[in-house]
Design a protein around this ligand. Structure first.
Ligand SMILES: CC(C)(COP(=O)(O)OP(=O)(O)OC[C@H]1O[C@@H](n2cnc3c(N)ncnc32)[C@H](O)[C@@H]1OP(=O)(O)O)[C@@H](O)C(=O)NCCC(=O)NCCS
Length: 207
């Protein structure tokens, strides 16, 4: 797959291990066409990438591991790539209602929703992302670290202002099953699913 190794290099540098799906698993998801890898390149050089999964039967897509090479951050490339992904999704998958994703903290700020988290949420908000209010989402965690609290965000693709509990429950369960290879009776998953509100507001970030 052209550019795959370059994307993986950026991935390895940008994310710490307990937050990361294994590279063979990413390779498998992309090979089986469950995941689509977007790369941002000029000539032969890859500057950034994003991995997007589309769950057509459940009408949502999942944005995973989005990163721009540290040498060219802050120049608008991330915003550009994000806009391209949203346009592509709207055109290629009109039944998809939202592009969901999780935002965690920097390594030294786990569980605090600190400065790094706020900076990333601001970045996504500028392109139209909304926070799923009241969803106590947990990333399952890899390696020795246990589950990690993260915020769940969405790009509403059909101008929705709310989502229903059933929709969000199904989407999260699908992510746990397909991306993290966790079963539906997983204890981490079930520790927060029943605490999701019946109607979830998609809120803009207040400064
Ligand atoms: C988040 C990221 C993809 C943005 O790409 P980019 O090309 O730098 O973004 P743009 O130039 O379009 O926009 C700049 C904004 O990106 C965000 N950003 C830039 N560098 C960042 C960094 N090191 N960490 C967190 N956010 C960053 C900020 O919101 C910045 O705006 P600000 O300078 O006013 O705070 C990029 O910083 C990155 O790869 N970070 C590390 C990996 C990561 O955190 N991925 C997101 C996981 S949810």
């Amino acid at each position: 797959m052209k550019g795959f190794q370059e994307c993986i290099q950026i991935y390895r540098k940008a994310f710490f291990e307990s937050d990361s799906v294994s590279v063979p698993r990413i390779e498998e998801l992309v090979r089986r066409d469950q995941g689509k890898l977007f790369s941002f390149s000029r000539g032969e050089e890859v500057f950034g990438f994003a991995l997007v999964y589309i769950f057509r039967t459940a009408s949502f897509a999942w944005l995973d591991y989005f990163a721009i090479h540290e040498s060219v951050r802050g120049q608008g490339l991330g915003t550009d790539l994000l806009k391209r992904i949203l346009l592509w999704l709207k055109e290629s998958s009109p039944t998809v209602q939202v592009l969901l994703f999780e935002v965690g903290d920097d390594e030294n700020e786990i569980g605090t929703f600190g400065k790094g988290w706020l900076r990333r949420v601001r970045f996504y908000s500028r392109v139209g992302a909304r926070i799923l209010e009241g969803v106590p989402y947990l990333f399952p965690g890899y390696g020795e670290k246990g589950p990690i609290p993260m915020a769940l965000l969405a790009f509403p693709l059909q101008s929705q202002t709310t989502l229903q509990k059933g929709f969000v429950e199904r989407a999260i369960t699908e992510i746990y099953n397909t991306v993290h290879l966790r079963k539906s009776d997983d204890s981490v998953l079930n520790s927060f699913l029943n605490r999701i509100p019946a109607e979830i507001k998609l809120s803009a970030l207040t400064p």
